[in-house]
Write a protein that binds this ligand. Sequence first.
Ligand SMILES: Cc1ncc(C[n+]2csc(CCOP(=O)(O)OP(=O)(O)O)c2C)c(N)n1
Ligand SMILES: [Mg+2]
Length: 267
Amino acid sequence: MDIVQFSKEIRRQTLRCIHSQGSGHVGGSLSIVDLLAVLYSKHMRVDPSEPRKAGRDKLVLSKGHAGPALYATLALKGFFPLEWLDTLNKLGTRLPSHVNINLTPGVDMTAGSLGQGLSCACGLALANKAKGYDATVYVITGDGELQEGQNWEGAMFAANKKLDNIIVFVDCNRMQIDGYTADIMNVENIQAKFEAFGFATQRVNGHDFDALDKAICIAKSQKGVAHCIVMDTVKGKGVSFYETMGLGVHSTAVTDEQYKLALEELE
Ligand SMILES: Cc1ncc(C[n+]2csc(CCOP(=O)(O)OP(=O)(O)O)c2C)c(N)n1
Ligand SMILES: [Mg+2]
C-alpha cells in the first residue's frame, strides 16, 4: 500500500473506531494521520509480533485524546486485530479513548492528562542512551497542549542533556478544546520558543508526506541536539465537513450518515 492509500486507510479506520462509540475526538485524531502514516511506513523501528521489544523506537502520543488515530495505525500494522477498533471506550475494551500503555499493544506511553509526554520522553531517551540503544523517541503534542508549563521543563531538560534521540512534533492545528489557541493563550512563535530552549527546529506542512519524511531525516542526521518539528495542520483533515466544522470538531459525533459520507470521500 502506498502512503496516500495508507493514510486514507488510517482515516477510514479512525472514523470506524470513533463511530463505534458514536462520538469522540475526531478533529485532533484526523490532524495527525499523515504524520502517523509517514512514521509507521518509513521510520518507526517496531515489531508488531513483539510490541515491547527492547531497543525499539517509541511513540509518546502526548495528546493522548487522539488515541483512535494511533489505534487505527497500529491495527493496520498488525499489532492487534482490526475488530478491536469497534470497541472504543466500551466496558472491558483494550482501546480506551485516551492511550494506555498497559492496555494496548504498540502504545508506548499512557497519556491524556496533557503536558506530560515530553517529560516522559526525556526519561525514555535518557534510558536509551544509558543502555546504548540506537533508538528514537517520537513525541506528538498539541498546540494548545503547549500551554502546560511542564512542556517547557521537559524542553529545558532535553536540550541540556543533548537528547538528540528525541523528535517532538507539534500538531499546530490552531484550535484547542473550545477556542482558537491564539485567543485562549497564544503559544506562537512555537519554533522560536523551542529554538530558544536549545532545540534544532523545523516547520513543515503536516499533511505533506515528502516534507514530513525529509524533516525527520534531517532531524535524525543532526547529532548532539534535541529536535522539534512544528507541523501546520488542519483539525479534521481529510473529510470536508469535519475540516469546515470549526471548533466543534474537537469532540464530535460520527453518526451512521456521517460515517457513510466520510467513507465515500475517503474512497
Ligand atoms: C491537563 C489537561 N487539561 C485539560 C484537558 C482537557 N483537554 C482535552 S483535549 C484539550 C485540548 C487540547 O488542545 P490541543 O493540544 O491543541 O489538541 P488538539 O487540537 O490536537 O486536539 C483539552 C483542554 C486534558 N486532557 N488535560
Ligand atoms: Mg490544537
